[in-house]
Write a protein that binds this ligand. Sequence first.
Ligand code: B12
Length: 219
Amino acid sequence: MSDVESLLDDLYNAVLDGQAPAAKKIVGQLIEQHVPAETILYDGMIPAMDEVGRLFETGEVFVPEMLVSANAMKAGMELLQPLLELSDVKPLARIVLGTVQGDIHDIGKNLVGMMLKGAGFEVIDLGVNVPPARFVSAVEGASIIGLSALLTTTMPNMKVTIDALTAAGVRDRVKVIVGGAPVTEEFALEIGADGYASNANQAVTISRALLGIEPALAA
Ligand code: B12
């Protein structure tokens, strides 16, 4: 196993075991070795979160363990944030992001936000447990509204939010994109969203596509 592979392995274990200081330290070491931020995320930290989810589902870990793993992932993400985000560029367009009402999961949404910023978008993050009316009031000046949901029980609130945009007469002013582990393309179509992405890179691709922005110009 190469040095990098073994560090990615250690990172996976640190996130799985919820060791925030260790996770942060290993992310630092990987950055020093010029490992791309996306490799650190997709080959180290995200698979660990998937495993935590699997263990929760089978009753082998409980909410506190999920929480410490989430904190370890967030500690590592702090170091990746400056690498993923761009500053001092004229924003391509404004994207408003939020986790829908009833749902407090924010790691995926935060990642989507970082990647969108890195691709040159202005991101307004409304946070978690965001009521539909809050999205409606943030539409002014925005080109896209991005909704995140991680619970099957909160997915319907994506439709409630889209319906609130329609009722307020602002639905045609913005594109709506949706995502989160349980969300599918089919569900996105069903609720009248304009786009769906299964990960943060695709969120950038779909946002550019919806606004007709060429990747070469956006880079
Ligand atoms: C960490 C975690 C928690 C943490 C959240 C901490 C935080 N700050 O986010 C805590 C401990 C708080 C938590 C709480 C709960 N959780 Co939880 N949690 C997870 C876990 C393990 C990981 C989620 C995660 O961060 N994944 C990593 C990120 C990077 O992935 P992601 O969120 O999917 O995001 C990517 C894509 O989906 C996409 N994306 C995400 N958002 C968006 C938005 C847009 C616009 C786009 C385009 C794309 C996009 O891009 C992202 C990056 O690539 C998942 C298991 C899992 N595998 O999903 C369970 C999971 C989601 N939780 C679950 C449950 C049941 C709960 C609780 C109800 C538990 C309880 N009994 O209290 C509570 C709910 C609290 C609430 N009201 O929201 C279940 C949901 C089951 C279901 N059918 O709905 C899961 C699936 C675990 C399981 N297997 O059973 N959880």
